[in-house]
Ligand binder design. Structure first.
Ligand code: PLP
Length: 354
């Protein structure tokens, strides 16, 4: 039996995608070869890449003047690639936690970084709202969902300068107006597939040549021109993404998953707010629908709670070391039943502990 996987990442994948991928790993398209063994220049893989690109465009509603790239090195490589390619003199960042900070650290290697807002003063438990966006910066960078702290931008800033977003942990979880962004990137392993591939959605005309020398593999232009095939792409990771996005399409796409994600989040946060033993850690209006951080009011009960969580087949809810407590990650492929297994347990735990 499958566990109730509420881990923060790599996250749970749809069972249909796992089955399809397992079959392709043994014999792909009746070729007598595994997908792991075929040329990335073969017609069969070209079709996979094309299908995956089409699914991304369809499901996200990507306008025609954007390119879809499948790169390697994780979102963490994008922290550097973004400023390397797009920072001319000065850029603006919003600091909403660990990942935003890592992005800021890399940008500082290439120029002036103006951190225009931060929620560090309250351990990143909210999304900053009062700030003005300087028009003399090359771009504004935000992190749409803060995986570790459990906050999420409910509305995106109207930016007068190019807007760049790390959507690693909430891409495909809700409708997004892609035309508001000049570049979106996401490591696949939270919500769209396995580790090993990073999605980049980039507006084609954002690329004004920078003065600095950028290594070939680190240039967006290389990958746009090469159609993500300048070098060997992560063939199998892309295949699993395709199978995952096919599942998403089959259940009704982003509009449908948006409703399901809301149901899961409502179920969970209602329990946290009404259960006398637990409390949430974030400002209610900024709560993430993907990663819910919560605490036992009495930490002496932590150990017993975790024991029961484990016995119930629930996996991955220990909080990140920088926040403590617990975190339930409710990514697209996490079924409502898994969230319900956790809320049932919390109810039961309160009854027994009273
Ligand atoms: C997981 C995560 C990352 C790091 O992704 P890697 O692919 O491991 O580099 C970056 N940003 C956010 C928001 C994340 O959730």
């Amino acid at each position: 039996m499958r566990k109730h996987n509420l881990g923060a990442g790599p996250g749970v994948l749809p069972e249909s995608a796992l089955q399809k991928s397992a079959a392709a790993a043994l014999d792909f398209n009746n070729l007598g070869m595994s997908i792991l063994e075929i040329s990335h220049r073969s017609k069969d893989f070209e079709a996979v890449l094309e299908n995956t690109t089409t699914l991304v465009k369809e499901l996200l509603g990507v306008p025609d003047n954007y390119s879809i790239l499948f790169l390697q090195g994780g979102a963490s490589t994008q922290f550097a690639m973004v400023p390397m390619n797009l920072l001319h003199t000065k850029v603006a960042y919003i600091d909403t936690g660990v990942w935003a900070n890592k992005a800021i650290k890399e940008a500082k290697l290439f120029g002036d970084v103006n951190v225009i807002a931060s929620s560090k003063d309250q351990n990143y438990s909210y999304i900053p709202k009062d700030y003005s966006i300087p028009t003399d910066c090359d771009y504004l960078h935000i992190t749409s969902n803060n995986t570790i702290y459990g906050t999420q931008f409910q509305e995106f800033p109207n930016s007068p300068i190019p807007l760049i977003c790390d959507m690693s942990s909430d891409i495909f979880s809700r409708p997004v107006d892609v035309s508001k962004f000049d570049l979106i990137y996401a490591g696949a392993q939270k919500n769209m597939g396995p580790a090993g591939v990073t999605l980049v959605v980039i507006k084609n005309d954002i690329l004004k040549e920078v003065q600095r020398t950028v290594p070939t593999m680190m240039r967006y232009a290389t990958h746009i021109e090469g159609g993500s095939m300048y070098n060997t792409p992560p063939v199998f990771s892309i295949y699993v993404c395709m199978a995952t996005l096919e599942w998403l399409k089959s259940i009704g796409g982003v509009a449908a998953i948006d409703k399901i994600n809301q149901q899961k989040a409502d179920l969970f946060y209602n329990e946290v707010d009404n259960n006398p033993l637990f409390t949430g850690t974030c400002a209610k209006e900024d709560r993430s629908r993907m990663n819910a951080c919560f605490l036992l009011k009495n930490p002496d009960l932590d150990e017993e709670f975790m024991k029961q969580v484990k016995a119930a087949g629930i996996i991955g809810i220990k909080g990140h070391r920088s926040v403590g407590g617990f975190r339930a990650s409710m990514y697209n492929a996490a079924p409502l039943e898994s969230v319900k297994a956790l809320t049932d347990l919390m109810k039961d735990f309160a009854l027994k502990t009273a």
